[in-house]
Design a protein around this ligand. Structure first.
Ligand code: BEZ
Ligand code: FE
Length: 287
């Protein structure tokens, strides 16, 4: 096509795609081009704004390293991660909802025994967490593998802080034959997502804060069931309605119960105030 103009450019680009129309890539490329062009038309994008956008994306790329994935962070704050997770994890009523994975999981976390304290001296209020893994009808899911990770009582992840050496506040344990699990750690606090880069500038430009409400991450694998990646949130957290990455789901908000010093759930005497959480996970069977 000659005489390209702002009216026919979309069709001109689409007509160059030579993949069968029933190919998934055809659907994705077509949708991408159509929506990108619609966006530019709708906001009447100027050349200076286009340049700014290119500069921004270039900087996002420059911030990426083996330790930091600024593009995923961008997807998170734009709500794209949350949308993709929600539309790919529709489950029968009663199943535990999935939410964002986040960048702070470590594949080779320490293996834990039931009841272990994996805080490794991290600051924070002692926390005793119990729970059970079941199927939708309440049937026992035995020996699930439970991967747990969280920020400490100052809102910091071990992998984020240069002054923290070694792994802490993370581990992998097995639920028992009845699906029960129990561990000890410290209560995590709310934290701000990394905002010293272009994603931080984007949040500031939108007048948004970088806070995530306090949460505990779980990844649960059991034979015959879909993998569950989720969080559990504290019902008293002030940022539940303004999570910078849109990870909160009402069904994942729980009571993190405060206790005065005394006998803890593991039978030991806890000389300081402590917290408990009891949360059950319902897995979706692989059909
Ligand atoms: C997290 O919960 O660890 C997280 C999720 C998305 C972006 C940054 C952090
Ligand atoms: Fe987190």
């Amino acid at each position: 096509m000659l005489n390209i103009d702002d009216k026919n450019i979309t069709q001109a680009v689409l007509s160059r795609i030579s993949i069968p129309t029933d190919d998934r890539m055809h659907t994705i490329f077509t949708g991408l081009i159509e929506h990108l062009h619609s966006f530019a038309r709708e906001v009447q994008l100027t050349e200076q704004e286009w340049e700014k956008g290119i500069e921004f994306l270039t900087l996002v790329g420059k911030y990426c390293s083996p330790e930091r994935q600024e593009f995923i962070l961008l997807s998170d704050v734009l709500g794209l991660s949350s949308l993709v997770i929600a539309q790919n994890n529709r489950k029968p009523a009663g199943c535990t909802e999935s939410t964002v994975f986040g960048p702070f999981h470590v594949a080779e976390a320490p293996l834990l025994e039931p009841g272990d304290d994996f805080s490794q001296g991290a600051p924070g209020t002692p926390w005793f967490v119990t729970g059970k893994v079941t199927g939708i009808g309440g049937e026992t899911v035995a020996n699930a593998t439970i991967d747990i990770w969280h920020a400490d009582g100052e809102g910091q992840y071990d992998v984020q802080a240069a002054d923290i050496h070694g792994l802490r506040c993370r581990g992998v344990m097995k639920a028992d034959s009845q699906g029960n699990f129990f561990f000890r750690t410290v209560v995590p606090e709310a934290y701000e997502i990394p905002s010293d880069g272009p994603v931080g500038s984007l949040l500031a430009a939108q007048g948004r804060a970088a806070w995530r409400p306090a949460h505990l991450h779980f990844m649960i694998n059991a034979e015959g069931y879909q993998r569950l990646i989720t969080h559990v949130f504290n019902k008293e957290d002030e940022y539940l309605n303004s999570d910078s990455v849109f990870g909160v789901r009402a069904s994942l908000i729980a009571d993190w119960v405060k206790h005065a010093p005394g006998i803890a759930p593991d039978g030991t005497f806890c000389p300081q105030s402590f917290c408990t959480l009891d949360f059950n996970f319902v897995l979706n069977p692989i059909s």
